[in-house]
Design a protein. Structure first.
Length: 184
């Protein structure tokens, strides 16, 4: 009798957990679709816990920051997002604990401010100054301090899309193999 009660409770908990997981995954996928993030439906055949494939455009000047605005407004992490016409509003001190990182704040077209973090160990420093306009591609995360975009460089392990920063006709953070763009 106790075993029957335990197994029915366990199966009910299991059903709730599965439903929560399905809801979470479908909500994340629906968000990515409505925010116009270039994601495609993943194939589940033979793959476990794999993120959805992501289409990444060529690094360079971007005019639109709507995907970044959607990420900020949702306060949710986004595996890869691109945006352009961001304006540098404040240069932050370098973080030299562990790998060196450059940081600055940028304003989006809706007035939102995000923090931009660039691993200067992965390429030449980005010569940003307040008032400059730039584009980025990388991973967006929501922190207790607000929105942050990082992984703005090539991923040598190929576990995520290569990130980048585009400033004054130069792409920073990726290997020189990208065509049609001056790369540093």
């Amino acid at each position: 009798m106790l075993l029957a009660h335990f197994s029915s409770t366990l199966s009910a908990r299991f059903r709730v957990a599965v439903l929560a997981l399905v809801f979470s995954l479908s909500a994340n996928f629906a968000f990515a679709q409505t925010a116009e993030f270039p994601v495609t439906q993943p194939s589940l055949e033979g793959k476990k816990n794999q993120p959805a494939p992501i289409t990444v455009s060529q690094p360079g000047k971007k005019e639109d920051d709507s995907a970044l605005i959607a990420a900020v407004q949702s306060k949710r992490n986004v595996h890869y997002v691109e945006g352009g016409n961001l304006v540098v509003t404040k240069i932050l001190p370098d973080d030299n604990h562990g790998l060196p990182h450059q940081s600055w704040e940028a304003q989006l077209s809706d007035g939102s401010i995000i923090t931009v973090v660039y691993n200067s160990n992965m390429g030449e420093r980005v010569p940003v100054e307040e008032g400059m306009t730039f584009s980025v591609g990388g991973q967006f995360i929501w922190t207790k301090d607000g929105g942050l975009i990082h992984w703005l460089h090539h991923d040598p392990k190929k576990k995520r899309p290569d990130g980048w920063v585009f400033l004054e006709d130069i792409v920073y953070g990726i290997p020189a193999a990208v065509e049609n763009v001056l790369v540093h």
